[in-house]
Design a protein around this ligand. Structure first.
Ligand SMILES: Nc1ncnc2c1ncn2[C@@H]1O[C@H](COP(=O)(O)OP(=O)(O)OP(=O)(O)O)[C@@H](O)[C@H]1O
Length: 219
């Protein structure tokens, strides 16, 4: 499956946030989105999901325009920046609701076995983020949107999540953004930088320095 986002124009009041966005993502690949604070990365994910309606946009799936919000199609799962699971829900119930196997989860994150009967608000922030990211990644769906999945997550766990993303991409379109740009670069097969409202396909990492996303000689 190929997802394309094209011709986006987004304003908040008179302020133009995005114009001239083209983004292509396909099954078998991770598409990474990089960009400075406030450049519009979360807005792009919300536009794809359908919860933010810009002045113009075109979404195509396998070249066919999709007119209704993608969230109505059951194809897409979205991890926004804020927690998505109710505070009082127990982990074991969330795994049931998301149709995700608890034992398989524990095979990747052994130390989480004690949390099975915990409520989400009882988890430390980074660990809650891991569980939510895992549930989204593993639940049925063909398109996964991940907005800062590595927020507050320890390096060792980031490595495990990157491995899981790489396995899941065989069956899914995965679009991911995070400020941990080295992890995004490593996890992604296709990379875009959002700058001045436009998207730029990055084929040479030096371009990230040229566009002043990172300082010279960082890479
Ligand atoms: N509902 C809103 N009303 C007005 N302005 C908004 C709204 N949502 C986002 N913005 C503005 O749009 C711009 C893009 O926001 P967005 O959250 O997409 O940035 P981002 O690239 O995800 O930033 P960060 O990396 O800091 O999370 C910002 O300037 C933000 O202040």
């Amino acid at each position: 499956m190929i997802l394309e986002l094209d011709n986006v124009e987004l304003y908040f009041k008179d302020k133009r946030i995005l114009n001239g966005i083209y983004l292509k993502a396909q099954t078998g690949e991770v598409t990474g989105i990089l960009g400075s604070n406030g450049c519009g990365k979360s807005c792009i994910l919300n536009i794809i999901f359908g919860t933010l309606i810009p002045k113009y946009k075109l979404i195509r799936l396998d070249s066919k325009p999709i007119l209704k919000p993608l969230y109505q199609t059951k194809l897409v799962k979205f991890l926004p920046q804020l927690p998505i699971i109710p505070n009082n829900l127990r982990l074991k119930m969330a795994f049931k609701l998301f149709q995700v196997n608890w034992d398989e989860f524990i095979s990747h994150f052994e130390s989480f076995s004690i949390y099975k009967n915990y409520k989400f608000h009882q988890l430390p922030g980074g660990e809650r983020r891991i569980v939510e990211t895992y549930l989204l990644l593993k639940s049925p769906g063909k398109i996964i949107l991940l907005d800062e999945p590595f927020l507050h997550v320890a390096p060792l766990y980031i490595e495990i999540i990157k491995k899981l993303i790489s396995e899941e991409k065989q069956r899914k379109i995965i679009i991911i953004t995070d400020h941990l740009y080295r992890d995004i670069i490593e996890a992604s097969d296709r990379l875009y930088l959002i700058k001045d409202g436009h998207s730029k396909l990055i084929t040479d990492l030096k371009t990230l320095e040229d566009f002043k996303y990172i300082s010279q000689n960082t890479l």
